[in-house]
Design a protein around this ligand. Sequence first.
Ligand code: HEC
Length: 129
Amino acid sequence: MSVRNLLAGLALSATIAAPALAAEPLAGDPQHGLEIYKHICSLCHSNKKGVIVIGPPLYGAYGRKVASYPGYHYSEALKAKDWTWDVPHLLIWEAGARKMVPGTKMSFPGLKNPKDRQDIIAYLQTLHD
Ligand code: HEC
């Protein structure tokens, strides 16, 4: 594929990806997601803007490009990825980050209950301006 075609393809996928992200339906319960955040994710992640704990801030993580929070020292494994944190990617990540990205620094083994995964994502969707 020529560079020109590649760039045209990237531009096209960017225009398709943006509205799809906003429209993604999810049946999760953000209130229960907040409880999960408090019990588990808050050990390593802030839900406040700009606060790095052990992991990058979860504020604004939904819709962010993977491994792109400025000033956070990500693993090489996660930096090598190229996606945006949307519902399909987060569902896999929350089920087991190390299965999805071997070598990631996120040691949390994952949420076993599929409903919990939906709920935490519904909560992450509220962490936006
Ligand atoms: C034991 C600490 C720990 C726990 C608990 C934890 N995380 Fe993480 N998380 C991390 C670390 C460290 C990273 C950075 C991973 C890397 O660089 O490979 C990360 C990365 C992430 C990312 C990717 C962020 C980005 O900017 O690309 C998301 C999303 C995420 N975590 C969500 C969660 C959620 C939601 C929970 C709770 C269910 C959670 N994490 C629990 C440590 C943790």
